[in-house]
Design a protein around this ligand. Sequence first.
Ligand SMILES: [Zn+2]
Length: 338
Amino acid sequence: MRTIQPTIRAVAGGLLAVAVAFSLASPASAAGTAEARGRALAPSGAAPIAIEETGTLAIARPTISGTTRVGRLLRATAVSTGTVAPRVKMYTWLRDGAPIRKAHASTYRLTSKDRKHRISVRVAAFATGFPTVKRTSASTERIRFRVIDDPTNSQVVVNKQRSLKPKAYAPSGLILPSISNNGQRLRSVAAHALERMAAGAREDGVTITLLSGYRSYQTQVAVFNQQVATYGRAVAEKQSARPGYSEHQTGFSGDLGGAGGCPITSCFAGTQAGKWLKKYAYRYGFIMRYPDGYTKITGYAYEPWHYRYVGKKVATDMKRKGIKTLEQYRHLPAAPTY
Ligand SMILES: [Zn+2]
């Protein structure tokens, strides 16, 4: 055995240890594994004591857990597989293989910069007297929007401050619900929930119909321009959404009617259907999206006919907590204007 280079490192507890690495007769160890043998000197400089530990420093390929959406936290796990526990593990998060600035913790919070990119993590394991071991995880799938930004997700929040992304977004999977539907389509999950809701209302002798559902970007352009031409821009902005800002474009919203008249007017609130919906819609996953008295938050006047599908879990949670708007529920800023 032949001494190559002694290195001195401070170790936890303030003691100084001198690790002496030896060139061994055996060939270079396999990737991810290091072997070392050495001696330690007592701080006093007493006679060298042979180090008992001869082992391997190795880690398994790191794995990433967590939801691959903007705003969510990813967690890296790198299990030690050698006989020597790493003294330090350093993490470097990578976006499409390139290191992300200041991302060196075992967790990483995804930002909008990560959207559409793939994330991986490189873990470096250190132990005194051993060469550094580095391993890189597999890449995640492409990072998606937060659910509230994702127009394909039933949790998307669209308002005057939050356009659809992209503005000309068009959903797939639109169907005609099998109730009186005025030829209007909805996303299938919302359509089936509406069918169940109409069936529930029917048991109480109440009729629910769909008057208006999905509206495309192009339709909204036509509607909005017509409103501007007829009433002027100020009035048009109050009664219809700018193209790309309408919840109807998601396919999760419907303007509902009943047998009592008052279609798409505030007196709908006083009809049997209006009253029934206000009381029971949450049980089927719908919320009244523009309730009375919340114009400063939602940006829209009271619309007792406009219901939005958010799923039973969220609708029930909002009901239980007494939260009236999606903006408040998601802790988003009010959106009174564009
Ligand atoms: Zn509507």
